[in-house]
Design a protein around this ligand. Structure first.
Ligand code: FPP
Length: 221
């Protein structure tokens, strides 16, 4: 969800105003995901690198996550959404960690759309945490495999990623889902996150439909 800061700057507003507008777009995109029958949506809200931003911006983002959980928890539950937070959650303030555990539990019995929020998330950090989890319980000289590593990732049990959408004009992954994006289709748009809307979403879906997915073989799937 890139481009909140630039969106705000263009309007001579503080960067935080872009993040606040970004939350509204998050809600729109969750509704669009449901409308177009997509089973799983992951939002990259805060990266391990974002901790290096000015303290005020970090605090205001953490507050925004906290408030968004308070404001949306009942709606998420009643809309039958399953929710999972991924990332180095232990690095978050304790109050926010508690709210995350609470909302995940509250929505545990739901069986509708899967919503994943990546906070304090980095693809490299996720892989390192996964390897360390493996080492902790590994039998002597047991070596790791793709299957065993996948089981230790934050995304274990979630579907493979079909499509990545990056807003804000940059054409890079910025340490997002490095393992999971191996065969995903990548859609980049210049639109800033606060300007993201249904017509761009549909363009991304059309783009996905035109892809011939071979997963390294010669067969189109
Ligand atoms: C990147 O834009 C955006 C972020 C670091 C924050 C994204 C967070 C939200 C949209 C808030 C809501 C999220 C949830 C799940 C409640 P940027 O700040 O890097 O923008 P720039 O590239 O224009 O500077």
């Amino acid at each position: 969800m890139d481009g909140n800061g630039r969106w705000a700057k263009k309007r001579l507003l503080p960067r935080e105003a872009g993040h606040v507008k970004g939350v509204n777009v998050v809600k729109d995109v969750i509704n669009l995901t449901k409308k177009y029958n997509i089973d799983s949506l992951t939002l990259f809200a805060f990266s391990t690198e974002n901790w290096a931003r000015p303290k005020n911006e970090v605090l205001s983002l953490l507050n925004l996550f906290d408030r968004s959980i308070d404001d949306e928890k009942d709606k998420i539950e009643s809309n039958n959404i399953k929710i999972r937070f991924i990332g180095d959650l232990a690095s978050l303030p304790t109050d926010l960690q508690k709210k995350i555990i609470y909302i995940e539990k509250k929505c545990k019995k739901n069986n509708g759309m899967q919503l994943n929020i990546a906070i304090s998330y980095g693809g490299r950090s996720e892989i390192v945490r996964a390897v360390n989890k493996f080492i902790k319980n590994a039998k002597a000289k047991q070596s790791i495999s793709e299957e065993l590593l996948s089981k230790k990732l934050d995304t274990y049990g979630l579907p493979e990623i079909d499509l990545l959408i990056r807003t804000g004009g940059e054409k890079r992954l910025s340490n997002f889902m490095l393992w999971q994006l191996a065969y995903s289709e990548l859609f980049f748009t210049d639109a800033l996150w606060p300007d993201f809307n249904e017509s761009i979403f549909i363009n991304a879906l059309y783009f996905f439909q035109t892809r011939k997915r071979r997963f390294g073989s010669l067969m189109d799937i």
